[in-house]
Design a protein around this ligand. Structure first.
Ligand SMILES: C[S@@+](CC[C@H](N)C(=O)[O-])C[C@H]1O[C@@H](n2cnc3c(N)ncnc32)[C@H](O)[C@@H]1O
Length: 318
């Protein structure tokens, strides 16, 4: 309770809830409104000059306090208005920004879906042969699942995506479960996923098994062929598994043209390997389709850790 009083003027005005000095703007407005309504009696008792002076002094005090409150109210109102405008501006900015972002996100998603589905009819075909999980440890299977996710992610970003086949993928197998666990939305991937073996899906003459051990070099990518990658992560390097498999079935094979465009680079461990992970092989194929340049493609997929650099890079260094 705050008392706003002047006994000599016979006026006592009480306001509830203001004693803590935390008046809200509403309190202040209400105070001002009430002040406006108070019938201040400024008529001074004529009985004596000192009383007259006292009355004048008191009425001045009241006026001063009123002006003081008026200033506060005006300041608070203007501050409130400014804040409201700022909030409004921010909100309208956010809303339109949000809608744009949502639109473009939806639009991009639809565009990706369209491109992937178009690839089903006219894109190059890539099959991951997942029938060799017996050759791998649990840890290797997990790594293979992660590589499948990366490969799919890369295909989604491609200007010219491949149509992907995951063959020999048995539902509820360890690999399948790992794919679901490690890759968001795996069950909705726009790929052909089947338990069938790739040999039962495509005519043999259509198949080119990519294997690092092939004697033949991949020259180009032909949309009428199916390029098969061995779904293998062989940390304890199992040599020639896919090469042998392809030979056993009389399939065409090819290796990436690493030796043709790259040279070995000295490194501490003297390590040089042409055996890449499936997602790295895919990045090379994808980049080749987009650029028609093997050096560009190899740059995209052969990591420095493999101990190879492009021929022109070594020339630049010397
Ligand atoms: C980690 S590698 C497995 C290597 C394994 N020793 C084998 O017998 O294929 C996974 C797959 O990527 C493909 N790949 C890796 N490096 C390749 C290369 N230099 N050329 C062609 N294909 C390659 C092959 O399809 C291979 O099966």
């Amino acid at each position: 309770m705050m008392k706003f009083a002047d006994n000599s003027c016979s006026k006592t005005v009480s306001y509830i809830g203001e004693a803590d000095g935390k008046e809200t703007p509403e309190d202040v407005s209400s105070l001002l409104d009430r002040l406006a309504l108070i019938p201040f009696d400024f008529s001074i008792d004529d009985s004596g000059s000192s009383a007259q002076e006292h009355g004048a002094c008191c009425s001045k005090n009241v006026m001063r306090k009123q002006r003081h409150w008026e200033k506060i109210v005006v300041a608070k109102k203007s501050k409130r208005r400014q804040e409201k405008e700022r909030r409004k501006a921010k909100q309208s900015g956010d809303v339109s920004g949000g809608t744009d972002a949502q639109h473009s996100k939806k639009f991009l998603k639809a565009l990706t879906k369209k491109r992937l589905l178009e690839a089903k009819d006219s894109g190059p075909k890539l099959c991951i042969d997942l029938s060799m999980t017996d050759h791998m440890s649990k840890k290797e299977i997990s790594r293979l699942a992660a590589q499948i996710g990366r490969l799919y992610g890369s295909n989604k970003k491609a200007a010219k995506p491949f149509w992907l086949y995951l063959t020999g993928l048995v539902e509820n197998s360890l690999l399948y479960d790992e794919c679901v666990r490690m890759n968001d939305g795996f069950v909705h991937y726009l790929v052909e996923s089947t338990e069938d073996h790739f040999l039962d899906l495509f005519p043999l003459e259509m198949i080119i098994y990519l294997t690092p051990d092939s004697d033949l070099v991949l020259q180009d990518i032909n949309p009428t062929k199916v390029y098969v990658l061995g779904g293998l992560v062989d940390e304890s390097v199992q040599k020639k598994v896919t090469y042998q498999k392809a030979k056993d079935h009389g399939l065409h094979t090819a290796r990436l043209p690493i030796q043709e465009y790259m040279v070995k680079k000295d490194n501490v461990k003297n390590y040089h390997s042409e055996i890449l992970a499936i997602n790295q092989v895919f990045d090379i194929l994808r980049t080749y389709c987009e650029t028609r340049s093997w050096p560009e493609a190899l740059r995209a997929g052969v990591s420095p850790g493999k101990g190879f650099v492009l021929q022109d890079e070594i020339t630049l260094e010397n």
